[in-house]
Write a protein that binds this ligand. Structure first.
Ligand code: PAF
Length: 282
């Protein structure tokens, strides 16, 4: 696996790949890789000839006071894991390479970012959209693979790619979970053992609400109350939001349509975790 740190280096390698007609899948990451990321790499290998991964802890998507400084970084380990999973190229730029000057460009999708994490983390999705747009322009992938755990992020990126005519297919891969159901996340590394055990309540709440949908519950408010009630039963977890929304528009509903996105964000110990589940309405 080739490691490249400059935009010029990526462009040169990409031109070479283009000449031989190789299809490229991009897996953008912030590093601290886990099985969830490696599943994205494996999916990329099914969809393209080469998988290129990026590791870049994007300062533009962290607000002051969030965990940018302490976000786990271990490039050596990430490199080994990506190579073992079959990635061909690792793009690992320094912050100055991506943001040589404070960007004057804003990519904003207010309709998709007014609720859920967007309401809690103002500016976060502008930072995500900007860096992903830059990565798309730098790498020019045929397909880009993202995890469903960040459902709102995937919705924002899909819409941005469509609105701005990026010639890239956006692929969203199912959330990879621990045996007890906790969604894999780089931030799970922050959890002390007690908090780690308590964090399973997120998945439990989603499962209960999904079961309620299967049993006939259609009210958005009732589903949100059910999610919140389940999380409230775990004293180590502080709920940030519990939502039942349309999975495409991310808008709340009174009565469920064909599909429901159940989504949660909560603080466990000092760690903010998110999880979600998309449920087909019978
Ligand atoms: O999901 C992430 O790890 C990040 O938000 C992404 C897509 C790599 C952009 O920095």
């Amino acid at each position: 696996m080739l490691t490249i740190t400059t935009i010029a280096g990526v462009r040169a390698r990409r031109e070479e790949a283009g000449r031989t007609g190789l299809r490229v899948a991009l897996v953008p990451t912030m590093g601290a890789l886990h099985d969830g990321h490696l599943a994205l790499v494996r999916r990329g290998r099914e969809l393209a000839d080469e998988v290129w991964a990026s590791v870049f802890v994007n300062p533009a998507q962290f607000a002051p006071g969030e965990d940018f400084e302490r976000y786990p970084r271990d490039l050596e380990r990430d490199r080994d894991q990506l190579a073992a999973a079959g990635a061909s190229v690792l793009f690992a730029p320094a912050a100055k390479e991506i943001f040589p000057r404070p960007p004057a460009t804003v990519i904003d999708l207010p309709a998709l970012t007014a609720g859920l994490c967007g309401a809690q983390r103002p500016g976060h999705f502008r930072g995500v959209a900007l860096v992903v747009a830059k990565l798309f322009n730098i790498v020019q992938p045929h397909v880009a693979v993202f995890g469903a755990k960040d459902w709102q992020q995937a919705a924002v990126i899909r819409r941005m790619a469509a609105d701005l005519d990026f010639p890239v297919r956006i692929e969203v891969h199912a959330t990879v979970r621990e045996e007890d159901g906790l969604a894999r996340s780089s931030r799970n590394a922050y959890l002390a053992p007690k908090a780690r055990r308590a964090a399973v309540v997120l998945h439990r709440a989603l499962r209960r609400a999904a079961a309620a949908v299967a049993a006939g519950e259609r009210s958005g408010a009732a589903l949100e109350a059910l999610l919140a009630g389940e999380v409230a039963g775990e004293p180590l977890v502080r709920l940030e939001y519990a939502a039942a929304v349309n999975p495409d528009t991310l808008e709340p509903f009174e009565r469920a349509g064909d599909r429901v996105l159940l989504a949660l964000a909560a603080h466990v110990g000092g760690t903010r975790l998110i999880d979600n589940e998309v449920v087909e309405v019978p």
